[in-house]
Write a protein that binds this ligand. Sequence first.
Ligand code: GLA
Length: 391
Amino acid sequence: MERNDPVDRARAIFRQRHGRAPDVIAVAPGRVNLIGDHVDYAGGLVLPIAIERRTAVAIGLGPSDDGLSRISAAEISEERALDLAKPRTPAPPDGPDAFLNYVAGPIDELRRGGLEVPRMDLVITSTIPMGGGLSSSAALEVAVLLGVRHLAGRPVDVLELAREAQRSEHRQAGTPCGIMDMYVSAAARSGHACLIDCRDDSLRRIPMPPSGDAVVLVLDTSTRHELSDGGYASRRADCEEARTRLDIEFLSEADPRLIESADLPERVRRRARHVVGETARVAGFSAALESGDLRTAGELMFESHRSLRDLFEVSCPELDLLVAVAEAHRDRGVLGSRMTGGGFGGCTVTLLEPEAVPGFLSDACGAFVARFGHEPASFVTGAANGAGLSD
Ligand code: GLA
């Protein structure tokens, strides 16, 4: 359980703010992807875990004299009064109302789907760093959808919930993301990674290694990317161009020989190489995890980073430095390391033996401070449970 448990805080703040208890608290975790980035929207394989950082949304039905719902976001000390029954226009992504795209946005999605949205107040608390590549927005969308659907008596399964969150992200937040972040936030199980085949969104849970053998360390460069800007969308468009030119259903299934021989712009060819190579690496990593071959799994993480850096061009100097330090610690218990998520900043994920954590952290932080002038945030995480409800 986290310090400052977000569920307890959401309950307490709701009572303080509204003078009554919430009817339900929905909670959803952030995620870190072990391997398989920039392939979900190309029909590839991904292998994320839910992290032990969560967002809680306390929801209380009615009553309000003016017909408006109060939405309070505790971590950013913002509150807005809205009529949730009315269609909404998405807020500008860099404006003060941007957070509403992840709260009122999913509710608008439900309304569009024909659900009669009850009058309600919402209080949001979170321990997921915002905008840091750990899917704080997906967690918020999933928690809102789970809680509101529960109160409306219209629950759906985890995949439908994830698809609804993804549609909301596309329409309300303007990010053409894949399904990975919301799906793992909705569907994860403690102690397991989620192997998702994004051709048909099928999911298989793979046990994580015992914590005595290896742990997952997240290092946050605190370099904030903005996925809504062009970088993500242009990579996605490159993949779509490759798929269309190769005339196949999923770029992840392209024959590597075809990628080399086809008439493709060089940039697009590099993107396609990444997608096919990364999908093969996820399959290899999963098999290695299942057979306990953590060395092989770790090497595939390093390879994945090189591919994201050189072929997909979504890394940055901060991420590259942290991965380089990890590579230098291969003989001291570091198994593998890579950038994780969308890139352009954000976090690295490192798989390492538990005894190796202090030495690696001290060297990684030292090198980072020397070059960039500030310390990266860090935490070790187990694979946590997906979204759920509490009263
Ligand atoms: C972001 C998107 C995901 C996925 C990753 C890259 O997190 O939301 O759908 O594309 O980037 O793997």
